[in-house]
Design a protein around this ligand. Sequence first.
Ligand SMILES: [Zn+2]
Length: 423
Amino acid sequence: MKRILLYFTIGIALTSFMQNFARKASAAQTQDDPRVARVLDILRSSVPAITEEQIRITEIPAPPFQEATRAAYMKNLLSAAGLHVSIDATGNVIGEFPGATSDIVMITAHMDTVFPAGTDVHVKREGGRLLAPGISDNGTGLAAIVALAKAFRDAKIKTNKKILFVADVGEEGEGNLRGIRALVDTYKKNLKYVIALDGSATEYVTTAALASRRVEVSITGPGGHSWSDFGIPNPIHALGRGIARFVVAHVPEFPRTSFNIGEIEGGTSVNSIPMSARMKVDLRSESETELSKLEGLLRDAMRAGIDEEMSAARERGIAGNASLLELKITALGVRPSGDLPENSPLLAALLAADNRLGNRSRRERSSTDANIPLSVGIAAISLGAGGRSGGAHTLEEWFDPAGRELGLQRVALTTLTVAGLEP
Ligand SMILES: [Zn+2]
């Protein structure tokens, strides 16, 4: 028995040694190919042009659910880069770089921003910095996919797997990852690897998906006059009572779990008892179990807040329908969790790229387009596409393109290693 176990252990060690060896060899083979050196050169020398394109992309507004104008522009850019481009029914722009087999590597960058229509997206320059909402998230990723497609064409790259360069819709907030959901659904049979480019930076790689749930809590009641109807239950008061109960919830540090009430609205005037109150809540956790627990706590807290407000009304002598409030909790979005396996060739390719470029990166768990492929067992990572940035999701968002070639080269090496070069 012991001996069998020993053989078995040696067997596993040997297999994983051989796998590692094979992966290192394939990464080295990719890195040593003169065409790849050419890709890295092209990316380095095109930095100023890439940054100018990023500005043009950013200045086309792309509020949630209104990505179509930016999509049409991205379609032109990817066509000009030599790809065969189409827009699917969901609104994703898909540019195809042919491969020797039907296997697919997908590089995505989301087109949507968190900013509503009418937001000033004009890019201002301050020193080396560019300032505009959405300039980095995801102007950086979008400019990168165009640059990579061009560089692969100009360096006469031929790959084993087909590469799809995709500008997708609905990554942020209530978009609920609808773009990548549709893409994974369409291509899952041949889809081997997904690399989601999101924002800038090179010091991390997202290899695990953070589960999240977003819900809208809505409370409705009879409404009335602030003076003459005083005493009837008030939806805003009830919401307040529920919030006070919920936000003291204890969430674990491990697995890390968080909550945020991000939007609240209700009522029509200061001297009216409102007929409704609503809020939007974001719940996240490294564990689906904790997430479900947290959602339960939210429901209980809101239920208790409403009961308290209604019993206060009854104590003031209000009865019948006038004493009733109604609670509705609707799901706005669910993002599943998932993890990239430790022995995934995609992780090996990324680490080899980091090695070659002298970059160090930490692994992160986050909520990105990679959630969807990871949740169905397709290898996926999310990366920044280079440069530095700050103020994401605020009107003060900025991007500094200095050194962005590192991010572009890192994505190029990783992609070409998993796509496999053909002579
Ligand atoms: Zn983003």
